[in-house]
Design a protein around this ligand. Structure first.
Ligand SMILES: O=C(O)C(=O)C[C@]1(C(=O)O)C=C[C@@H](O)C=C1
Length: 301
């Protein structure tokens, strides 16, 4: 049985994602994303499940920073969950003065809180389930939690199914230490971190290596390198798998231009096939390479 660390405690959305991504495996909650990732790095876990991005609030900075630093980890699978929240309080609570949750969750119910609990102060907790624990312990009056949290904590539902934006979704990754990559499926995502020199046009040059090969980006985020003000690392996701000639060609070109960290190639949860433009398919890259080889051999190419 694999040991899978997840961003907990019990009752987070991430736990639900971990159950979907690693069914039947041995799941252990960790209080922070960093601790879950470090459990994989130091061998206490075989893999970790962590949130990467939400359709309303964007990336989870702790995940980007956790994957960008430390020893390399690679994503091998992803899951996308619909996100709607419950507001949980102790039985019989009459006055709600503080409402706690993960900052990403608070940002997704801001309008609901303003309309329904206008006198409550929103307080950041380490996760939606940690907020529920805080309510049980009397630290907060209410928590904005995943609906499943009610199964783990002796609390009552003040409201459920709440979300300022309908159809909100969060994408989660299953990461592990570098090893054999998952097989390419034709509907894959590759993730890299690019750290380039702070020169005019650097980012445009990096992106042009992908655009020139008609590789469709799915996400681009910049995070500060942290120890040098004004310098950034670029987290880039795009369609395709490193085992494909067109993607390997692009990464070979990028590697000449900047420092790269590979964060994995894995099947997309939505199974959307990669966009392939005319002349930019894998066979086109193989044919072009075969033509060069033929010319080198002096054949009539
Ligand atoms: O705290 C949780 O329940 C989490 O799994 C984290 C998280 C996030 O980081 O975005 C996951 C999904 C929701 O968007 C809100 C919080």
């Amino acid at each position: 049985m694999l040991r899978i660390a997840y961003f907990g405690p019990e009752g987070t959305f991430t736990e639900q994602a971990a159950r979907a991504l690693a069914p039947g495996e041995d799941l252990t909650p960790y209080e922070t994303i960093r601790l879950a990732l470090d459990a994989v790095r130091d061998g206490a876990a075989d893999g970790a499940c962590i949130p990467i991005e939400n359709s309303v609030e964007g990336v989870v900075p702790a995940t980007l920073d956790g994957l960008g630093g430390g020893s390399a980890l690679v994503a091998v699978a992803e899951a996308v969950l619909p996100i709607r929240f419950s507001v949980l309080a102790r039985a019989g609570a009459t006055e709600i003065r503080t409402v706690a949750s993960h900052p990403h969750a608070l940002a997704q119910v801001r309008e609901w809180l303003e309309a329904n609990l206008p006198h409550a102060t929103a307080v950041a907790a380490s996760s939606t389930a940690a907020a529920a624990v805080g309510v049980v312990e009397g630290t907060y009056d209410a928590a904005v939690s995943a609906p499943v949290a009610i199964e783990h904590y002796p609390l009552e539902e003040l409201a459920t199914g709440i979300a300022d934006v309908g159809d909100a979704q969060t994408r989660f990754l299953l990461v592990r230490r570098p090893g054999e990559l998952p097989e390419p499926t034709g509907a894959d995502r590759t993730s890299i971190v690019a750290a380039a020199e702070n020169r005019t046009g650097t980012l445009a040059q990096l992106l042009s290596e992908l655009a020139g090969r008609a590789i469709n980006l799915t996400r681009l985020d910049a995070r500060p390198v942290r120890d040098s003000f004004g310098e950034y690392r670029f987290f880039i996701d795009f369609e395709g798998h490193l085992a494909e000639p067109r993607i390997a060609d692009a990464l070979t070109a990028l590697r000449r231009r900047c420092h790269l960290r590979f964060l994995g190639s894995h099947p997309r949860a939505d199974q959307l096939p990669a966009t392939i433009e005319p002349g930019a398919g894998n066979q086109d890259f193989l044919d072009a390479r075969a033509w060069v080889d033929a010319v080198l051999k002096g054949e009539d190419a």
